[in-house]
Write a protein that binds this ligand. Structure first.
Ligand SMILES: CC(C)(COP(=O)(O)OP(=O)(O)OC[C@H]1O[C@@H](n2cnc3c(N)ncnc32)[C@H](O)[C@@H]1OP(=O)(O)O)[C@@H](O)C(=O)NCCC(=O)NCCS
Length: 120
């Protein structure tokens, strides 16, 4: 069944660290791609590829050993494209509430077995 929302939750690990002791920006971008792909793939019910990533905003750094929550949501669909809004939150185990750390828009295209867009 297709759904327009997905949520991931996991813990940031020591291997995610950057030179400043926080989570590497590239690691956050990989999380965004994985979470948004899952959302797009569930929605499209077929294989999708990333066509565009934009509007990424890192509001605050993310610490190691924090609880990460990634909300992905379909906000627009075209003939073959699926536009996903992604919000990345984190909190320490001592904090009750999540704080928004990163925002991004990422667009996928549903493709056929030859890699061509599947137009509706
Ligand atoms: C994605 C891909 C199949 C699209 O092929 P294409 O020949 O450009 O197809 P189209 O021009 O019909 O565009 C397909 C859709 O992408 C959208 N699109 C293309 N470029 C875009 C851009 N820069 N920003 C937003 N949407 C874009 C089009 O608007 C269209 O949407 P629609 O069908 O909903 O109207 C092709 O560009 C491709 O294979 N790219 C590489 C994908 C990849 O390797 N990603 C990284 C690993 S997953």
């Amino acid at each position: 069944m297709s759904s327009h929302k997905t949520t991931f939750q996991f813990i940031s690990e020591p291997g995610d660290v950057n030179f400043g002791g926080k989570v590497h920006g590239g690691t956050v971008m990989k999380w965004i791609d994985q979470a948004a792909y899952t959302c797009a793939r569930n929605w499209a019910e077929s294989y999708c590829v990333t066509v565009y990533v934009g509007g990424i905003r890192f509001y605050k750094p993310i610490g190691i050993g924090e609880v990460i929550k990634i909300d992905s949501q379909v906000i627009y669909t075209g003939s073959s494209s699926i536009h996903i809004m992604v919000e990345v939150y984190s909190r320490t185990f001592e904090q009750k509430k999540f704080e928004k750390k990163t925002h991004c828009i990422i667009i996928f295209v549903s493709v056929d077995e030859n890699g061509n867009p599947k137009k509706k």
